[in-house]
Design a protein around this ligand. Structure first.
Ligand code: ATP
Ligand code: MG
Length: 226
């Protein structure tokens, strides 16, 4: 089982949005996904309450129980665990970063968000220096802010995910319906961005995405590794 953690020390930076949409996309492509909600605000669990029985499973987990929750997910056959964390709460960020195979750091291209990057990277480094990528989110169509921000981050040695998420109201509407954007508006721009982000994430995690269902391929890969 691979572990993807979504971490940023800035509140409201699109962590939960990223976590639930990647979880939905992975589920749609046949992976068994466990979404672990470490945030005491439980926004991912609130979304799941609206969603009902449809996968993915979402588990509200206190930080000291994270290892246990991950083991339970792996034992239940999960291919991918996605951990959503709280803004400004170091214990959830560091626990998630420690457990991760890959950390995504959603950020809006604004000074307030960029000012938190150093703190987030410190936490990731102290937690073992797992591979991490900044993910620009809520990028407005007009202007070139995302390019400037990418250059700013690159100059600071921060690796930036080549996919970014635009400012699109469907992200908010889909959450309110208990859906991912790929379900709410399958042919929309937001769905396309999430699909590309999912492919990128899989390539970073070594999860196969082509030829047969992701789940079958992931299982075959696990067998090969074992
Ligand atoms: N790409 C986007 N376009 C439009 N709205 C977005 C986008 N991404 C996130 N939002 C909205 O921004 C708000 C904050 O997003 P989200 O809850 O994902 O952030 P968060 O980092 O999880 O916040 P917290 O730190 O409080 O947990 C939400 O209302 C969400 O719907
Ligand atoms: Mg959140």
């Amino acid at each position: 089982m691979k572990v993807l953690s979504i971490v940023c020390q800035k509140g409201g930076s699109a962590k939960t949005t990223t976590a639930i949409n990647l979880a939905v996309e992975a589920t749609r492509r046949g992976l068994e996904v466990a979404l672990i909600d470490l945030d005491p605000q439980v926004s991912a669990c609130d979304w799941k309450d609206i969603r009902g029985d449809k996968p993915p499973v979402v588990a509200a987990t206190p930080v000291p129980h994270l290892d246990r929750a991950l083991k339970a997910a792996a034992d239940a056959g999960a291919d991918l665990a996605i951990i959503d964390t709280a803004g400004r709460a170091n214990d959830t960020a560091s626990a998630a970063a420690r457990a991760a195979d890959l950390v995504l750091i959603p950020l809006q291209p604004s000074l307030a968000d960029l000012n938190t990057v150093a703190a987030t990277l410190d936490i990731i480094r102290l937690a073992g220096g797992k591979p991490a990528r900044a993910l620009l989110a809520r990028v407005r169509a007009a202007g070139s802010r995302h390019e400037e921000t990418t250059a700013w981050l690159a100059a600071k040695g921060v690796q930036v995910c080549p996919i970014f998420l635009g400012e699109r109201v469907i992200f908010q509407d889909a959450y309110a319906m208990g859906l991912g954007v790929s379900e709410a508006e399958p042919h929309g721009k937001a769905a396309e961005e999430i699909q590309q982000l999912y492919m990128y994430t899989c390539s970073m995690l070594g999860i196969p995405t082509e030829g047969g269902s992701g789940r079958e391929k992931a299982k075959r890969t696990r067998k090969r590794i074992a």
